[in-house]
Design a protein around this ligand. Sequence first.
Ligand code: CTP
Length: 408
Amino acid sequence: MSLSGKHLVLGVTGSIAAYKAADLIRQLVKTGAEVQPILTPAATRFIAPLTLGTLARREALVGLWPEAGPGADAALWTQHVELGLWADGLVIAPCTAQTLAKLAGGHCDSMLTAVALSARCPVLVAPAMDHDMWHHPATQRNVRTLEADGITVLSPASGELASGLVGDGRMPEPDAIVGALGPWLANAPGETDRPSEASLAGTRVLVTAGPTREAIDPVRFLSNGSTGTMGFEIAREAARRGAEVTLLAGPVSLPTPPGVNRVDITSADDLLQAALAHADADLVIAAAAVSDYAPADASDRKLKKDGDDLTLTLRRTPDVLATLGQQKREGQTLVGFALETHDGEANARGKLERKNLDWVVLNVQGEAGSGFGTGTNRVTLIGRDGQRIDVATAPKPEIARAILDAVA
Ligand code: CTP
């Protein structure tokens, strides 16, 4: 979807990722959007308002009060209300832990937070902070509050952080954000068009999420880069729609979505046992990135270095989804994911048949804004009955909604 002619307020807060806001504005302006940059005072320590204003071709705003003090220009004082009405969308990127907390608390001590509180348009935030700040219960509580308020919170990407640590907390790259904005604005939930809170009431939903770990010895394992975000978002949305949701979660560092019954698992074998215990669910969505192989003989003692080479013999793990597919009951819906790097559609259709699925969600690893460790995804839903639904790149909460709209 084109952003041409859209009015966007871009809020920039005091994070090192503020430098990415320059590229973000450049790209947004190129798509034809009108961008009004607003910096918090802390953001000006990282990037100059002049830089962002020049790229946006509009004066970047910072202060809530007219420069010469209250009364100097009375018109300026109500600018935050006007901007809140002017905007088709408010995007805060990067959004620090501090601004996230202020938004959750309804504070309005700067031009940006005052516009956010006045805005009638959809709001999207792209958090950027250190790994531990992101995972702190206070930040996660604030994220849940914002989501309950209808604000879209992108999951931060994983990787190297400014602190030198490696973890979650990187702002998604500008091109991923720009790609996500069109579909987000098109689908942004208004008060009236969100599916009813109770549309899945009485439905039992089983979701698998995250990676598995297959032990080599007591301190080492085989695994993959899944962060669990997509599955957690599906569980969150299903619970919001009133379903009774069980989430089988591999080792991930995500908070449990409200109202969801979470069961933590480690290996593919654990996942199979937990899934069989909930195999009577009405809807099963398997988003876990299950390891297809595990060491044939995990050592119960730590392996010691011995020579230049080490040969591991691997065995196939149970295919959890295929097992559920074999015993699928009348009226049950099974949905699998296919994360592919090549021949996506053919591979996905193969999985649909082999695993006896009703839907397969195809996504492509390696494409910008898709796959592991990104806040966004682009998927194609392929149905057993021949339906094919393309969902353009969007934040994972939006993708979760599109999947549930199609399959539930
Ligand atoms: N899956 C599962 N148990 C496994 C492997 C996969 O439940 N042991 C599920 C995944 O959760 C996903 C779907 O099956 O929903 C597809 O997983 P994937 O690993 O891509 O498919 P495979 O059939 O293993 O094919 P390949 O690895 O050859 O692409």
